[in-house]
Ligand binder design. Structure first.
Ligand SMILES: NC(=O)c1ccc[n+]([C@@H]2O[C@H](COP(=O)([O-])OP(=O)(O)OC[C@H]3O[C@@H](n4cnc5c(N)ncnc54)[C@H](O)[C@@H]3O)[C@@H](O)[C@H]2O)c1
Length: 410
């Protein structure tokens, strides 16, 4: 079937920072075909098109914009993504990077038009929606993968192996943290990251809830989340901070703090890390990932990017554009690897002609559990759904009955 054309839905921060540069590189090495991007209006598309760093990294590469770049910026087209999907031949790929509450209708539209799907996390906001997606994707032998990039950090992959090799014992208690920058509060976030739609726990805490399951194989069964609301500059109200306590099926506990509040002048791009304790018969053990200080810091004479500061602790792990033996710059880091692996899955399915064998390949991906799919990572939807209920009830504990897949309140 050859390489796939990819349509990205959404043109915001994650597309700028990770998705478009990764896809441009994959295009440059012949792994994918045409790239198109659909946003609600042209402003984010122009930012992507005119970005000096993207131009430097990928000279002479471009994308097909929906709406076209000469459309007035004040004209909004919230339904245009449907036409963009229709413009694709069957069995290409739609990469969804829309605000959380728009993932479900966009995924269904893509699947109904015979498209493979890659989606940023969280896949959808309810377990019921996930079941529907899983069913239709398997019926049509279409791949659906969720972009949980922390899984592709080498440290996560090693921890998964070592936990499963029995090096640690059994997970008993842990602490995770991801505090995103304060300046997010001035971004497009204020238009959708409001208390009725999302919160820091389901937005970034979910990475660590997923990661503990990815490492240990344990499913989260209960959660209690409390949040702190603050106004954005446009007057909308959002949860800016959250604390969640997640219980896993063996009784292990994870405490997760999250926020949009890492100081703009702080050296890092955010603050994050995970610490896990384990019990064995006559000993305990510990895994600690300090994801803040990676051994490189800069004190420089000219600021790199907004927000302007002169001291940085450099994150060399998630995503960087670096010189390579080729044109422009090349993406490196687990943010790139994650997208490369997802695209490989999409490409692989259609190298298989027989439908039964396609299904077997999709089931292999599910079973392997490295790539998050609706089938193998459904616990994230269940626990996020519980978390959203919990935060709105000021920390009431919700738990999942895995037999019935029902959500129950304690
Ligand atoms: N660490 C991560 O995995 C990570 C990080 C950031 C964001 N995300 C996820 O990515 C998604 C987008 O986040 P972001 O930070 O890029 O948000 P953003 O607010 O910067 O961008 C959202 C984009 O969606 C576009 N959009 C909104 N409605 C649309 C519509 N109807 N049709 C077409 N385009 C539309 C907007 O124009 C904008 O370009 C969210 O689901 C978020 O949770 C994941």
């Amino acid at each position: 079937m050859g390489v796939k054309n990819i349509l990205i839905l959404g043109g915001g921060m994650i597309v700028y920072d990770q998705i478009l540069p990764s896809l441009y590189h994959l295009q440059r090495i012949g792994a994918i075909g045409q790239i198109s991007i659909c946003a609600r209006h042209t402003t984010p598309l122009k930012t992507l098109h005119d970005s000096p760093i993207i131009k430097e990294a990928f000279p002479n590469q471009s994308f097909v914009p929906f709406p076209s770049l000469n459309t007035p910026e004040e004209e909004y087209y919230p339904e245009l993504y449907k036409d963009a999907i229709k413009s694709l031949p069957p069995r290409q790929c739609v990469f969804i990077a829309l605000p959380d509450h728009l993932h479900y209708p966009a995924i269904m539209e893509a699947l109904n038009h015979e498209q493979h799907v890659i989606c940023v996390k969280p896949l959808v906001q309810t377990y019921k929606q996930l079941v529907e997606i899983e069913k239709i994707s398997k019926e049509k032998k279409l791949f659906v993968g969720v972009e949980y990039h922390k899984r592709f950090d080498i440290r996560s992959l090693l921890a998964r192996k070592h936990y499963r090799d029995g090096l640690f014992g059994e997970f008993v208690i842990g602490e995770a943290k991801m505090i995103e920058p304060y300046y997010y509060r001035h971004s497009n976030f204020q238009n959708w990251f409001t208390y009725d739609i999302s919160d820091p726990f389901t937005y970034v805490g979910c990475h660590y809830v997923d990661l503990v399951s990815f490492i240990t194989g344990l499913k989260p069964v209960a959660v209690s989340v409390i949040g702190i609301k603050k106004p954005y500059s446009n007057g909308n109200i959002g949860y800016m901070w959250s604390h969640g306590r997640v219980t896993y099926e063996n009784g292990g506990i994870l405490s997760v703090i999250n926020g949009l509040g890492y100081p703009d002048m702080g050296g890092g791009s955010n603050q994050q890390g995970l610490e896990m304790y384990f019990e064995s018969k006559n000993s305990t053990s510990i895994l600690r990932h300090d994801d803040q200080f990676r051994g490189v810091s800069y004190s420089i004479k000219e600021e790199l990017t907004e927000p302007r500061k002169k001291f940085y602790t450099i994150n060399t792990d998630y995503f960087r554009l670096v010189p390579w033996n080729g044109p422009g710059l090349k993406p490196v880091g687990y943010g790139y690897t994650s997208i490369e692996e997802l695209v490989k899955c999409v490409n692989k399915i259609d190298t298989i002609e027989d439908e039964q064998e396609q299904l077997e390949e999709l089931e292999n991906i599910d079973k392997q559990g490295i790539i998050a799919t609706p089938k193998n990572a459904y616990y994230n939807e269940l626990i996020n759904e519980c978390a959203r209920l919990s935060i709105q009830e000021n920390g009431k504990t919700y738990f999942v009955d895995y037999k019935s897949k029902n959500i129950l309140k304690k």
